[in-house]
Design a protein around this ligand. Structure first.
Ligand code: ADP
Ligand code: ZN
Length: 702
């Protein structure tokens, strides 16, 4: 279809100005009647690929989706865009289901979302419908190769034989080749055209920090980002609960989410998070699958993930709206030890250990992290990304030979029988009970590294492990052993290059400043509140009304007419009609308030100038001349200044007697607001200036 027409449809129905990579070609392929396999990362914009064709094609589009919560979300989203859609799944009563079936038969819906379990039940209904397109979301669920196999998906292959001439679109974010082939085969796709979008999510920043003082670092991180939603992934259920509690204590709404919690508790937490009522969720991997929340602004990994696939999927839940979003991973040696134990005790231990190793390499990387991630998914990137901690702070190396010698000889002195923490204590000459109990303080090299902080020693030792000079005996209480290479450093003069340790120091003042900045009411905050209120009224998540990206654009462009509002990315025809006025009103109100404030400020200044000149002995005439203002204006300034309590001598302009007369007249005339009645009352014998000044004195004496 003509690109201009497609763009017009995209704008009118979804409010977007441009297609994301691959969307337009995928849509054209479907419209030409061909089966299609679309592989796009989370947040890549898969939904548009079938929602837009659904509007163009004559009949109904069936969408197979595995998650009931997600169906509701997508249907809500479509409805706010004025598109007719419904879903049919087991959460509904049979009356409700019948209602939707009847409406489908009368062609009242363009899209219907169906859970795979409900397909057989609906089969007879299909005979009475014109089905133009079948979209299969999360298509990897059909493959037992994939990580999320769902038995109900295995029956989907019959759809192609049932509707041989209807194009099928399979969508997934799983890039794995075996899974891809399996999807095509099992769905009986006919010569599908395959599209693989880049997995690069440029708007996600990548950062890894050593896991010291994690809780404090996390609380600081959240405090620096008030009102921003985020997810913290933890390895254990216990950690999610403890962490959520600690975060709550600093006055941030945070909840735990894990498979051990009651279903209703979990659903409630998920809802609160989706609806912006809970800022932070501390979760095990169970969280995030079924949510489309586009304004997750950051994802933290409290623990090292098991593998890069999982990690990438989890960070992918941030920044789906395309705005900058942050990811932060904490790396701790204790985690590596634990994960290594899990992996070696589990199934396919070799593969799991190898995957964990890749994860660890990513965390320990000394070159662009995005390059490493994308190369894992088979994408070759030549440029550094500029949006990871390594790119922003390239490591610097120094000659660490002496440090290495000190550390390795300490390990040797301690008979290769102690874990990392004890070695650091020994190097630093710590006087703790364990050291004394073992009498380590009497050994020769005790305290030779006292000039280096605990934190830095930790990092240097980890680097030495990564360089292969020593290793951790995971099955022997994690004691540190020397490898044969240690000899080269200790006795053969081998040089060791170490990487300078940079500790991210968090500046409390900076946090205060950000806080102060954010307590200032911005237009974005006002629009966010308005969106929140509307979302409560309509019982849909806030991001369904408008994405953060749309609100940000409103803040920058300040649209004040329908036409300007429609130019916002994310505003289509339906949203303009439904929400345009309220948002425009809010923007106009904000702008007017701003102008008023500016005017008041300017006026404040003009009064101040008059006051200063008057107190410096200038006459009213002088001031008017010098300021190029009318004398009446200056008189009204002085009268107002007098009422406001400034120390001015007005007796030169109006006598006590005249003030008394004015006061009397005021009562008799029943407090007129204009001056003319007074002027008439005194038969034009009292000047307007006297009346003005006199009334100011009356006013102040009240
Ligand atoms: P996926 O299913 O691939 O994770 P979605 O279809 O949910 O992604 O889209 C992710 C987000 O991107 C949604 O908020 C959606 O509204 C937005 N989006 C999709 N296509 C576009 C586009 N062409 N321009 C701007 N935003 C888009
Ligand atoms: Zn980078």
């Amino acid at each position: 279809m003509n690109s201009e027409i497609l763009h017009a449809k995209l704008k009118e129905n979804f409010g977007f100005e441009k297609f994301r990579p691959n969307q337009e070609t995928i849509i054209n392929t479907i419209l030409s009647g061909q089966d299609t396999l679309a592989i796009m990362p989370t947040g890549g914009g898969k939904s548009i690929c079938f929602q837009l064709p659904a509007l163009v094609l004559p009949g109904i589009t069936i969408v197979i989706s595995p998650l009931i919560a997600l169906m509701k979300d997508q249907v809500d989203s479509l409805k706010t865009n004025g598109i007719t859609a419904c879903y049919i799944n087991s959460s509904q009563s049979s009356e409700e289901q019948q209602y939707y079936i009847d409406n489908l038969k009368s062609n009242n819906f363009k899209l219907v979302y169906i859970a795979p379990e409900s397909l057989s039940y609906l089969d007879s209904v299909f005979n009475e419908l014109t089905i133009s397109l079948i979209a299969i979301d999360e298509a990897h669920c059909i493959s037992s190769w994939g990580h999320d196999f769902r038995p109900a998906y295995t029956n989907l292959g019959y759809l192609k034989s049932r509707f041989p001439s209807t194009p099928v679109l399979a969508l997934t974010a799983t890039a794995d080749k075996a899974t891809r082939t399996d999807i095509t085969k099992q769905l009986n796709l006919r010569n599908p055209k395959t599209f693989i979008a880049s997995f690069d999510r440029k708007n996600l920043s990548l950062e890894v920090r050593p896991a010291l003082d994690r809780v404090k670092q996390i609380i600081d991180f959240i405090e620096e980002r008030p009102n921003e939603s985020g997810i913290i992934y933890c390895l254990s259920r216990k950690t999610t609960e403890e962490l959520a509690q600690k975060i709550q204590k600093s006055g941030i709404t945070a909840k735990a989410y894990h498979a051990g919690l009651d279903n209703t508790v979990r659903a409630k937490t998920q809802d609160e998070f989706i609806n912006d009522d809970c800022q932070v969720v501390c979760a095990t991997i169970a969280f995030g699958m079924g949510i489309d929340k586009s304004n997750v602004r950051w994802v933290i990994h409290y623990n090292l993930p098991k593998n890069i696939e999982g990690y990438y999927q989890e960070i992918g839940r941030a920044g789906r709206d395309g705005l900058p979003a942050e990811t932060l991973l904490f790396e701790s040696y204790a985690d590596v030890i634990q994960l290594q134990k899990f992996a070696s005790d589990g199934l396919n231990s070799d593969i799991q250990l190898a995957k964990l190793d890749r994860m660890k390499q990513y965390a320990d990387a000394l070159s662009c992290r995005r390059k490493i991630l994308l190369s894992y998914f088979g994408e070759l990137v030549t440029e550094n990304c500029g949006n990871c901690d390594i790119c922003n702070n390239p490591p610097t190396f120094f000659d660490g030979t002496i440090l290495a010698q000190k550390a390795l000889s300490a390990i040797s002195r301690l008979q290769q029988s102690e874990p990392l923490a004890v070695i650091v204590d020994f190097l630093r000459g710590s006087r703790n009970a364990y050291i004394y109990e073992k009498n380590y303080q009497s050994l020769k090299t005790y305290g030779i590294g006292a000039d280096i902080s605990w934190y830095d020693w930790n990092q240097y030792l980890i680097q030495l492990i990564n360089l292969g000079y020593c290793e951790i005996a995971f099955h022997q209480h994690n004691k540190i052993l020397l490898t044969p290479f240690a000899k080269k450093v200790l006795f053969e003069g081998e040089k060791v290059k170490l990487n300078t340790v940079v500790k991210k120091v968090i500046d409390k003042n900076e946090i205060k400043e950000t806080k102060a900045k954010t307590t200032k009411i911005t237009l974005f905050e006002i629009l966010r509140k308005l969106r929140y209120e509307i979302s409560k009224d309509e019982e849909v998540p806030a991001y369904v009304i408008f994405s953060d990206a749309a609100l940000r654009q409103m803040e920058t462009l300040r649209p004040m007419s329908d036409e300007e509002f429609l130019a916002i990315d994310g505003v289509g025809k339906a949203k303009l009609e439904k929400y345009g006025q309220e948002f425009i009103d809010a923007i106009v109100y904000f702008e007017n308030a701003k102008k008023k404030k500016a005017k008041a400020k300017k006026e404040g200044n003009t009064y101040k100038t008059t006051l200063e000149m008057f107190l410096n002995g200038n006459t009213i005439e002088d001031i008017a001349l010098k300021r190029n203002l009318g004398q009446t204006t200056i008189i009204s300034h002085l009268a107002k200044l007098y009422i406001d309590g400034h120390d001015l001598d007005l007796s030169q302009f109006v006598s006590d007697e005249e003030v008394k007369l004015l006061h009397k007249a005021q009562v008799e005339l029943e407090y007129p607001t204009a001056l003319k009645p007074y002027f008439d009352h005194f038969e034009e014998k009292m000047s307007y200036d006297k009346i003005r000044f006199g009334l100011a004195i009356v006013e102040r004496n009240k």
